[in-house]
Design a protein around this ligand. Structure first.
Ligand SMILES: *[C@@H]1O[C@H](CO)[C@@H](O)[C@H](O)[C@H]1NC(C)=O
Ligand SMILES: *[C@@H]1O[C@H](CO)[C@@H](O)[C@H](O)[C@H]1NC(C)=O
Ligand SMILES: *[C@@H]1O[C@H](CO)[C@@H](O)[C@H](O)[C@H]1NC(C)=O
Ligand SMILES: *[C@@H]1O[C@H](CO)[C@@H](O)[C@H](O)[C@H]1NC(C)=O
Ligand SMILES: *[C@@H]1O[C@H](CO)[C@@H](O)[C@H](O)[C@H]1NC(C)=O
Ligand SMILES: *[C@@H]1O[C@H](CO)[C@@H](O)[C@H](O)[C@H]1NC(C)=O
Ligand SMILES: *[C@@H]1O[C@H](CO)[C@@H](O)[C@H](O)[C@H]1NC(C)=O
Ligand SMILES: *[C@@H]1O[C@H](CO)[C@@H](O)[C@H](O)[C@H]1NC(C)=O
Ligand SMILES: *[C@@H]1O[C@H](CO)[C@@H](O)[C@H](O)[C@H]1NC(C)=O
Ligand SMILES: CC(=O)N[C@H]1CO[C@H](CO)[C@@H](O)[C@@H]1O
Length: 533
């Protein structure tokens, strides 16, 4: 019976605005939980990485809190029941120092050309994190390894433990993107510092459980996996193989993903909106990590692999690409796809352009073009919320308050080799449709929700019948993939933008589609819907 139910889930795809005859796509059963479905999803699946030097600009301090940031984070907690986690880190963590006498929360050393050299934090920094973030927000802190000064790393770790609420500090990272250090570190050389530091800090701070997140590496896995240099890459698996966990200090592994880049001339032309909004490209990219995800989970447990820093376009994003509604669709699909291959949490990176990132880019202030919102007026844009924020509302609401929801990709569907990319190169028959199913552990015969994404820059009509119940549909919408305004982006009919300080504005809208033989849900081109069955 359940097989029949799913088999009549039909997608009518309008291949072009004027297409007269839609193509029908039928998903074949079984509708029960697939064997390759993920582990139970973390309610903090959609989390944040905030660049250390920009953390106070985002959050404010206890005398002058940033209510926009606080409201936007609280909206997510309201939907998922658990706050998004925050990793405080990034390249500036490798030049961040503790000063117990500092009277401000944070001091950035910026020279007369506007270049940021280093960051000093004091007690008010942790006070802001402890008091202003939504209650129970878990924090991961990135320590400086780049200076190779153990006492400096220890003092930041100790200040975090003492300054945050009890239990709030959930992990420490040692170094940011150590695979980009110069001279290059082998896994053995990395471990030679990482392993004794993690042990000494654990002893000094009295940790009785593993508290460290290893890796934080930047480079993509080389493809094919037997390519020259692939076996000598510094990453979680090679670091673990070289003995990083000999003292049992490793809790999680984090690797960073930036699918596109404007760091160098060769990659700039590839960082386009149509490439960004393309499921095939996104899945092929994330699939590169599958062997590492599997290995790390076997060694450290089912919830151990995270993408601790990521965004779409490295070196601070690209106007017209990473600040658009297309980025919202990319963010939604990236998060759900990663979850479907057992990435436990993803921390979207927020911050600004930085010195030394690239010789060609502006690195003198402002905020990154890929941020979900600007907490304050910046030299490259006023205070605002970008369309991509709404993707995190979609995810938080999909997970709801469940602690046992599992996800699987239903279309294009998982293939023999573990990828969703078919020999035909993904979903070419049906444009750019992507379907995820969500199952409660307690009800494995039929999914409780479906996420239907249309990543094609055209229209799509979708249908999801369930003869015995009504279906509610909530939409993620904007006038087009190229829209850059949060105030034109709606989730379930409402905007979450600056004019309401990040709070919901407008009439809440969900469509209730009554049971019938066939239910047709129309999805606009470049749009996504959440169907609750
Ligand atoms: C995800 O993890 C679960 C539980 O460990 C496993 O059964 C499933 O095959 C994994 N899925 C993928 C796509 O790796
Ligand atoms: C720490 O901050 C205080 C107050 O701003 C300052 O006087 C002192 O020089 C700083 N210490 C160091 C080592 O930078
Ligand atoms: C708090 O923020 C305000 C506004 O940026 C600033 O004037 C003040 O010095 C900050 N206080 C601390 C303790 O950092
Ligand atoms: C920060 O960088 C400046 C400029 O190089 C340097 O003078 C200063 O000592 C650095 N601060 C710390 C705390 O290392
Ligand atoms: C770690 O602690 C041991 C024992 O206290 C000490 O000998 C060693 O120098 C420390 N390592 C570092 C990197 O500080
Ligand atoms: C990688 O493996 C493939 C398939 O086994 C083989 O054809 C190719 O020669 C190998 N490449 C290298 C660099 O070893
Ligand atoms: C998406 O990317 C794949 C792989 O690069 C490509 O074959 C396909 O044509 C793209 N789809 C669209 C609609 O651009
Ligand atoms: C929408 O947001 C943009 C960016 O913040 C702003 O410039 C514009 O005035 C806003 N429009 C409305 C109607 O509020
Ligand atoms: C899986 O197979 C598809 C189709 O042959 C191919 O395009 C893709 O690269 C393969 N992925 C992996 C990770 O092997
Ligand atoms: C058919 C069509 O209009 N496609 C366009 C949709 O919008 C995006 C973003 O502006 C364009 O890149 C497409 O060419």
């Amino acid at each position: 019976m359940s097989l029949r139910r799913l088999a009549i889930l039909i997608f009518n795809l309008a291949l072009g605005i004027f297409a007269a005859a839609p193509t029908a796509l039928t998903l074949h059963g079984p509708a029960s939980l697939p064997l390759t479905a993920s582990s139970p999803l973390s309610p903090s699946l959609a989390s944040f990485s905030i660049e250390t030097a920009f953390f106070i600009e985002y959050l404010g301090n206890t005398t002058d809190p940033n209510t926009l940031t606080i409201n936007l984070l609280q909206n997510l907690k309201d939907r998922a029941g658990t706050p998004a986690e925050i990793r405080i880190g990034g390249i500036t963590a490798d030049s961040t120092y503790w000063n117990a006498s500092l009277d401000t929360a944070l001091f950035n050393f910026i020279d007369s050309t506007g270049t940021l050299f280093n960051t000093t934090i004091g007690p008010k920094f942790w006070e802001a994190a402890a008091k202003l973030l939504p209650k129970d927000t878990k924090i991961t802190v990135n320590l400086d390894m780049h200076d190779f000064k153990y006492e400096g790393a220890l003092s930041v770790a100790q200040s975090a433990l003492e300054g945050l609420n009890p239990g709030q500090l959930v992990a420490l990272e040692i170094g940011n993107e150590p695979d980009h250090y110069s001279p290059l570190l082998s896994a053995q050389a990395y471990d030679a510092t990482w392993e004794p530091w993690s042990k000494n800090i654990s002893e000094a701070l009295g940790f009785t459980r593993p508290m460290f997140q290893i890796g934080a590496t930047a480079e993509d896995p080389l493809w094919p996996y037997n390519a020259t240099g692939a076996s000598s890459q510094l990453e979680c698996v090679s670091a673990l193989a070289a003995g990083a966990n000999d003292d049992g200090t490793v809790k999680y592994c984090s690797e960073h993903t930036y699918q596109y880049s404007v760091c160098d001339a060769a990659r700039i032309p590839i960082a386009t909106l149509p490439n960004l909004v393309n499921h095939t490209r996104l899945a092929v990219y994330l699939d590169l990590w599958q062997p590492r995800i599997q290995s790390v989970r076997e060694q450290l447990g089912p919830d151990s692999f995270v993408i601790g820093e990521y965004n779409s376009v490295s070196c601070s994003g690209k106007a017209g690409v990473s600040d658009t509604f297309g980025q919202a669709l990319w963010l939604l699909d990236t998060t759900l796809y990663a979850a479907s291959i057992n990435v436990s949490r993803l921390y979207i990176h927020q911050g600004g352009p930085l010195a030394l990132q690239s010789s060609t880019q502006l690195n003198h202030g402002g905020l990154s073009r890929y941020d979900l919102w600007y907490p304050a007026d910046a030299m490259n844009g006023e205070k605002q919320v970008f369309p991509s924020y709404s993707a995190y509302l979609f995810i938080a609401e999909t997970i709801g308050h469940s602690n046992s929801l599992r996800i699987a990709n239903l279309w294009p569907g998982r293939q023999e080799n573990g990828s969703t990319i078919t020999t035909a190169g993904g979903d070419i028959s049906a444009g750019q449709s992507v379907v995820y199913g969500f199952w409660e552990d307690s009800a494995q015969e039929f999914p409780s929700k479906l996420a239907l994404l249309n990543l094609q820059i055209f229209n799509q009509t979708e249908a999801g019948p369930r003869p015995t119940t009504s279906v509610t549909v909530k939409r993620l919408q904007a006038p087009g993939a190229d829209v850059t305004f949060g105030n034109q982006t709606t989730w379930a009919g409402q905007t979450f933008a600056l004019d309401s300080d990040g709070l919901a504005k407008g009439e809440y809208k969900e469509e209730i589609i009554l049971k019938g033989n066939k239910i047709v849900v129309t999805v606009e081109a470049s749009g996504a819907v959440l169907v609750c069955l």
